[in-house]
Design a protein around this ligand. Sequence first.
Ligand code: GUN
Length: 293
Amino acid sequence: MTARLLDGRALATKIEDSLRAEVQTFAGMFRRRPRLIVVLVGDVAASASYVKSKQQAAARVGIDSDVIRVPAESQTADLVELVQAAAAGDHGPADGILVQLPLPAHVDAVAVLDAVPPHLDVDGFHPENAGLLSQGRPRFIPCTAAGVQRMILDAGLETAGRHAVIVGRSDIVGKPLALLLSAKGPGGDATVTLCHSRSADLADHCRRADILVAAVGRPNLVTAAMVKPGAAVIDVGINRIERDGRSRLVGDVDFDAVKEVAGWISPVPGGVGPLTVAMLLANTLLAAELSSR
Ligand code: GUN
């Protein structure tokens, strides 16, 4: 292996340590702990497992959390009503409300997400928060994108003037990350290329990247031939595959081959995933602080 590992687990532990101290300060000042409400629709095993990780991490730093579980058959209007009720305090005090995605196909996810008021939107998905980010005055930054930038900053990787190529244009990761990396300031000032499923010559774009981020959800999308020697490769993909008769988690990057070409590489699991959770905790504390001013 030639690439250095971008260890998301270790960095998330470091972030949690400082958040724990900040939460303690907050609790001392305001005589309460921040509180997060998660809405979990249906019983998809992966979503339930992510939600459990979020709750465990919240508990580790002193943030209270509660999960509202509703059946997969719930209708859009029911979910909008539920989110509105949670925002009004019907499920106890809330500093942040998170609707775990994906929602069942019959649900209008945009309508449900839009029901989360912007000041409780710790996912950073509300148009007001997306707009603030696009104007360079972020409030709640989508957690995965924030985690990728934090990983880059922590590794001391230069972004100013460098070429960042992001594969995947989702509202959750690709789009906000393109804004973050091209914004003025530390961890920004990069030249960003945002690739997607209709991009021509994807491999050519990727080979020009100093920082290559894969956020598509397709195993082995990024091969060694698509990576410039010495580049930083950050893998946002989380794919469950069967290998050797066992279910395994893999990213979008062919890790074993790419690690011989890249200068830096993030693993799956143990890369961006833990940082996403840490950034959610940071957003929840920020929400509590903003509402207590
Ligand atoms: N499912 C996968 N990633 C995310 C995320 O960042 N937020 C929410 N709410 N659901 C997700």
